[in-house]
Design a protein around this ligand. Structure first.
Ligand code: PEP
Ligand code: MG
Length: 325
């Protein structure tokens, strides 16, 4: 299966009408890094740092984390790696964290909410990232931001750690960028200033979809009920693309849907220029992007949206099949 795409590894994901999409990968452990080379991904668009915490029985120490992050950056060999700060709670429970008795953990005390309320671990993690970067580019992304002030607070925490590390005499990163994950619908409607303040934004489609349709991503009975190509969801994605465009803020999509070729070309047709996916998806997504005229696909999608269809999937599939002939 993967062999089919080997020849594409070093080719760009440029569509038939000349639009280039950057395909990057999701990772979480050192063991994922070799896939960067084999898949042809241009970088790591989402490094889920909580995986390292989940596989242990105690909280890792700052120096251990710094060493790990440094090895990740070494292995990436200069390609961009976006480190997402700890995203715990809900489906990701740390063995050494007191279980929270919450009626709705997905809506509960998780991710950035824990990070801001109990900043000790997040501070330590940010220090480790800053030390690991030493002279290199550092990209940090905060998960589960629901409103502008959560992002400002997290960003300020990052910059205060940067100042601290500098005072302590550590080598500063060459560049820093601080981004937000957009995975709650509320953030899509945040003030313009949020879109300007974020250095980049990444749509966490898994959570964004769960909250948009009020359908638990863990619940087999409902999780596939709503199509990602549902026109309401595409209207939301479209709006996010527009708002990021107006603020000139780079946007990516890093949920599982970015790795599904049909969904991926539809996002690209809406103007998304970076997609982050599991490494095995890079080949198939690139293959389809290269065969697709994104401008034409956009017209097919717009016509379907105007006609009142619930999902654009049918007409999109017909269009894609027609082109295969
Ligand atoms: C997401 O929510 O889409 C995402 C990428 O993060 P996670 O799946 O780790 O929640
Ligand atoms: Mg998420």
């Amino acid at each position: 299966q993967q062999k089919r795409y080997v020849g594409l590894r070093d080719m760009p994901a440029t569509s038939d009408d000349g639009k280039t999409v950057s395909l990057v990968m999701n990772a979480g452990l050192m063991a994922d890094l070799p896939s960067l080379e084999s898949s042809g991904a241009e970088g790591v668009g989402l490094f889920r740092t909580e995986l390292q915490f989940l596989i242990r029985t105690n909280v890792p120490k700052r120096e251990e984390l710094a060493a790990l992050y440094s090895r990740v950056m070494d292995a990436a060999g200069g390609k961009r790696v976006v480190f997402r700060t700890l995203d715990i709670g809900s489906d990701k429970v740390l063995p050494y964290m007191k279980p929270q008795d919450e009626p709705n953990p997905a809506l509960g005390w998780r991710a950035i909410r824990v990070g801001l309320d109990r900043p000790g671990v997040m501070r330590m993690q940010l220090q480790a990232l800053i030390r690991a970067a030493a002279g290199r580019n550092l990209s940090v992304m905060f998960p589960f931001i629901a409103q502008f002030d959560e992002f400002s607070e997290a960003r300020a925490l990052f910059y205060s750690q940067l100042e601290r590390e500098e005072k302590l005499g550590h080598v500063m990163p060459k560049t820093v960028e601080v981004g937000a994950m957009l995975e709650t619908p509320s953030l899509a409607f945040a003030p313009r200033q949020f879109f300007e303040e974020a250095d980049f934004i990444s749509i966490g489609g898994n959570d964004l979809k769960q909250f948009f349709f009020a359908a638990d991503r863990e619940n087999e009975r409902v999780r596939r009920r709503y199509d990602t190509l549902n026109t309401s969801f595409l209207n939301l994605v479209d709006m996010i693309v527009q708002r990021c465009g107006e603020a000139e803020t780079p946007l990516s999509f890093c949920g599982e849907d970015a790795g599904r070729p049909v969904e991926a070309v539809c996002f690209a047709a809406l103007g998304m220029r970076t997609l982050s996916m599991r490494p095995a998806s890079v080949g198939p997504v690139k293959h389809l992007i290269r065969r697709t005229d994104l401008g034409e696909l956009r017209e097919v999608m717009d016509t379907a949206r105007r006609s009142g269809l619930q999902s654009v999937r049918e007409p999109v599939m017909q269009y894609l099949f027609r082109r295969e002939d």
